[in-house]
Ligand binder design. Structure first.
Ligand SMILES: Cc1cc2nc3c(=O)[nH]c(=O)nc-3n(C[C@H](O)[C@H](O)[C@H](O)COP(=O)(O)OP(=O)(O)OC[C@H]3O[C@@H](n4cnc5c(N)ncnc54)[C@H](O)[C@@H]3O)c2cc1C
Length: 479
């Protein structure tokens, strides 16, 4: 290491860290010195594609398998999914990027549920714009959330079934806003509609590796791979030092400010290992609950979409029902399928129903005997979600009455939506959460805790656009 004292030390190199750094570097002086500690390594996209094709690549062994990095004590088949390495889960995400609705930030005020976020939609609006520009998001002009101007890329094409639903529901059934490119941009090709987005074969979705954000090429930034942070020294109202293992050796570094961007499981774990005594730290881990719905159609082939998830439906999302049961976001799916009946091969539409969840303290992250491996405890979907599912099953036949429906089949809830939320929740009142509206720890005033761990409530919309906008906002306000 060149030196051990930095202006800023950042942990992790995925969305939360990179968007924070992007804004920070735009404001910091030429003399600023930043250290980024990344547990994994760069696994370049072409090498990942080789592995996908069954070819050998030495990169395949560089990063740990995520299932080996924590102890899952969750009930049933509940899974938590993410990726370790440079760019984190940007390498395996699917690129669905809807904004939240304004009411998602004020669930208490509107529906008497959980807590309001200390930051509202209007405050985040310009940072949403900036994040959408950086990711070159494709989307429609008319959306259920307020948005000025056009998306950077035109919308993806609907399927034949989406068209009918859009005709009926207007801006409550829209082309999905997405980071799967509609048109080529930078080093990204246009979406190939193969629905293998967790490793896009044509590099169409936004990733930190293909982002061209200039963050890790900046001469002020020193990026260290294979550096696993296990705790911070916390003293008084400050974080003083970061402790990490690299090449089997212990290292420390000091800085004026620190930013944790290791995701909601590991951010909480690092804080707990550091002796953070905030009673909310690690508590309330959750995510949305998803389930698949297969709609069998009479003489209507579901064809024509230009991407994996071509549309989002908001008909069961916002409204007074959220006082009683969970909002549901409808995602249409364009993954290849065949209906196993002669002459009806394509006469079926598949949807994913995604339900919001509430934070509960009985779902939590805790340290384990191994200081590098957190435990994750989760008891299962709440009654709020179960009621949301029951409501969806009751309402769906009516909502889809504009389609020639033969029958509808519902799957069980899926093991994961791959979104990790809560554990360091944002609050106005320091007694009610872990970080303030600028994602600064309520007690340690030079410590940012980034990412979707900061979410106060768990709307059904995908989290990554919002967590990226929050990182831009936090760095903009603080520096
Ligand atoms: C299969 C899949 C599909 C998804 N699809 C979508 C989608 O369509 N839309 C959406 O909004 N979201 C999606 N997500 C979720 C999305 O990927 C995450 O919300 C997002 O990646 C979180 O960003 P992050 O920077 O907070 O954390 P992560 O992406 O989890 O990155 C954390 C980083 O920290 C590093 N790290 C971890 N621990 C340490 C440590 N102790 N020391 C140093 N470094 C450490 C990791 O290596 C990694 O680089 C998906 C996720 C998965 C897994």
């Amino acid at each position: 290491m060149k030196d051990t004292n930095y202006d800023l030390i950042v942990v992790g190199s995925s969305f939360a860290s990179t968007f924070f750094l992007k804004k920070y570097l735009g404001k910091a002086p030429a003399s600023a010195r930043v250290l980024v500690l990344e547990r994994g390594h760069l696994y370049p996209h072409p090498e990942r594609v080789k592995e996908m094709r069954g070819e050998q690549t030495p990169y395949a062994a560089l990063n740990p398998n995520y299932t080996d990095t924590f102890v899952n004590k969750s009930a049933g088949d509940k899974a938590w999914r993410f990726s370790i390495g440079f760019g984190g889960s940007s390498n395996c995400w699917v690129g669905c990027t809807p904004r939240f609705l304004p009411n998602d930030f004020r669930m208490k005020q509107r529906y008497g549920i959980a807590q309001d976020w200390p930051v509202g939609y209007d405050t985040l609006d310009p940072y949403y714009d900036e994040a959408e520009t950086i990711m070159s998001i494709s989307g429609p002009d008319d959306t259920p959330f307020p948005r000025k101007g056009a998306y950077p890329q035109p919308p993806h094409l609907f399927t034949s079934v989406d068209k009918l639903l859009h005709q009926k529901y207007g801006n409550l059934y829209i082309n999905q806003p997405t980071a799967r490119a509609r048109t080529p941009v930078g080093s990204r090709n246009m979406c190939c509609v193969s629905s293998t987005c967790t490793l896009c074969p044509v590099n169409a979705k936004f990733t930190i590796e293909n982002a061209g954000m200039g963050v890790y090429e900046d001469p002020r930034v020193e990026l260290r791979y294979g550096a696993q942070v296990h705790h911070l020294t916390l003293a008084g109202n400050q974080a003083r030092q970061v402790h990490f293992v690299q090449d089997g050796k212990e290292h420390q570094a000091t800085a004026d400010a620190f930013a944790l961007g290791a995701n909601a499981i590991f951010n909480a774990h690092i804080l707990l290992n550091s002796g953070d005594a905030n009673p909310h730290t690690g508590k309330g881990i959750g995510e949305q609950i998803g389930m698949q719905v297969s709609v069998y159609l009479d003489k209507l082939a579901c064809v024509g979409g230009s991407t994996y998830v071509p549309a989002n439906g908001y008909m069961l999302y916002d409204g007074d029902h959220r006082r009683d049961h969970a909002a549901c976001l409808i995602e249409s799916s364009n993954a290849p399928f065949v209906r196993m009946e002669r002459g009806k091969w394509r006469d079926m539409a598949i949807f994913r129903m995604v339900f919001e969840e509430l934070p509960h303290a009985h779902n939590y992250v805790a340290p384990s005997a191994d200081r590098t491996k957190p435990e994750v405890h989760f008891q299962g979907p709440s009654a709020y979600v179960q009621k949301g599912i029951a409501n969806m099953k009751q309402k769906l036949p009516g909502l889809f009455s504009c389609l020639p429906v033969e029958k509808i089949e519902f799957s069980d809830p899926l093991p994961t939506e791959s979104h990790i939320l809560g554990t360091t929740r944002m609050s106005s009142d320091p007694k009610a959460g872990v970080v303030d509206k600028h994602l600064i720890h309520h007690q340690y005033r030079n410590l940012f805790v980034l990412g979707s761990g900061s979410f106060t409530t768990y709307t059904p919309a995908n989290p990554t656009l919002t967590l990226s906008a929050l990182s831009l906002y936090a760095a903009d306000q603080a520096f």
